[in-house]
Design a protein around this ligand. Structure first.
Ligand code: NDP
Length: 254
C-alpha cells in the first residue's frame, strides 16, 4: 500500500499500543497514511483522546483506553477494536516505560513494573490479538525493543533486561506463529526524541549517545515508524523472527 491509499470499510486494521504519543503515534500515522484503520491503545486517556481527536477520522481511528499490564483491560480493548472494525491484521507492541538507575538503587517494585509493562504487556496483547489475526488470514506483529536489549550498559538493569526478554519473546512467537501466517519481528531503536527520552536521558547520556552514534544525532519517531511499517508490509513477507537496529549505526560501531 502506498501513501494516501484511501481507507475503506474493508481496509486492514493495525493496533498500536502506547499509541497516544511519541513513537506509537507516529506508527499509527504511518498505517493511516497507507490505507489502514488504526486503533491506538494507551493508558494515558487524556493524551490518547487529544491525539485521536486531532486525526478527525472517526471512520478510521479508534481510541482504546487500556493498561497493557492488565489481561482484562487488554481483552476488553481488543474486543472494542473488533466491534468497531471487524478484524485485526497488525499489532505493534510499543507501550513501554523506562527506569534508568543503578542496580542497587532500583527497587524491586520498579524492576517488576518495567518488566510487566515492557514484556508481559507484549505477551498479553499478542495472546489477545492472535485469534483475530488468524481469522483475518494471518498478519504481522512488531515488538518495539531497544538497543538496550542488544547490549548491556549502566543504569539499564530493568529496562535492558525487559527489552532483551522482549527480543527473545519475538523469536519464540515467530517460531510458533509462522504456520498460521503471522510474522513476528522487532526493531531496536537507538535514542529517539520523545517524552520518554526527556524523562530518562540526562545531559551525560545525551552526550554519550552523540559521541557513539556514527550519524551523530537522535532518531525521529517517523524513522521508527517507517521501519515498523516496512516490517509489517508485504515487502517484508519472508522476514520473520528478526531484530532490526534503527540506531544510526550505534550497535555496529560497537
Ligand atoms: P513515550 O513515553 O513517549 O510513549 C509511550 C506511551 O506508552 C505513553 O503514552 C505511555 O503512557 C504509554 N504506556 C506506558 N505504560 C503503558 C501501559 N501499561 N499500558 C498502555 N500504555 C502505556 O515513549 P516512546 O514513544 O519514546 O517509546 C515507545 C517505545 O519505544 C517504548 O517501548 C520504548 O521503550 C521504546 N524505545 C524508545 C526509545 C527512545 O529513545 N524514546 C529508544 C528505544 C526504545 P504514560 O505516559 O501514561 O506512561
Amino acid at each position: 500500500m502506498s501513501p494516501s491509499t484511501p481507507v475503506t470499510a474493508t481496509s486492514p486494521v493495525a493496533i498500536v499500543t502506547g499509541g497516544a504519543r511519541g513513537i506509537g503515534l507516529a506508527i499509527g500515522q504511518w498505517f493511516l497514511d497507507r490505507g489502514h484503520r488504526i486503533a491506538l491503545l494507551d493508558i494515558d486517556q487524556q493524551t490518547l483522546e487529544r491525539s485521536v481527536a486531532a486525526f478527525d477520522r472517526p471512520d478510521a481511528v479508534l481510541a482504546v483506553h487500556a493498561d497493557v499490564r492488565d489481561p482484562r483491560q487488554v481483552a476488553a480493548g481488543v474486543a472494542q477494536v473488533v466491534a468497531k472494525f471487524g478484524r485485526i491484521d497488525k499489532l505493534v507492541n510499543n507501550a513501554g516505560i523506562a527506569v534508568f538507575k543503578p542496580v542497587m538503587q532500583t527497587s524491586y517494585a520498579e524492576f517488576r513494573d518495567v518488566l510487566t509493562t515492557n514484556l508481559d504487556g507484549a505477551f498479553l496483547c499478542t495472546q489477545a490479538c492472535v485469534p483475530e489475526m488468524i481469522k483475518a488470514g494471518g498478519g504481522a506483529i512488531v515488538n518495539i525493543a531497544s538497543i538496550s536489549g542488544l547490549r548491556a550498559s549502566t543504569l539499564r538493569v530493568a529496562y535492558g533486561t525487559s527489552k532483551a526478554a522482549l527480543l527473545h519473546l519475538t523469536k519464540q512467537l515467530a517460531v510458533e506463529l509462522g504456520d498460521v501466517g503471522i510474522r513476528v519481528n522487532a526493531i531496536c531503536p537507538g535514542p529517539v526524541e520523545t517524552e520518554m527520552a526527556k524523562l530518562v536521558h540526562s545531559v551525560a547520556i545525551r552526550s554519550d549517545y552523540h559521541d557513539a552514534i556514527p550519524l551523530g544525532r537522535y532518531g525521529t519517531p517517523e524513522e521508527m515508524a517507517n521501519t515498523v511499517g516496512f516490517l509489517c508490509s508485504s515487502d517484508a513477507s519472508f522476514i520473520n523472527g528478526q531484530f532490526l537496529a534503527v540506531d544510526g549505526g550505534f550497535d555496529a560501531a560497537g
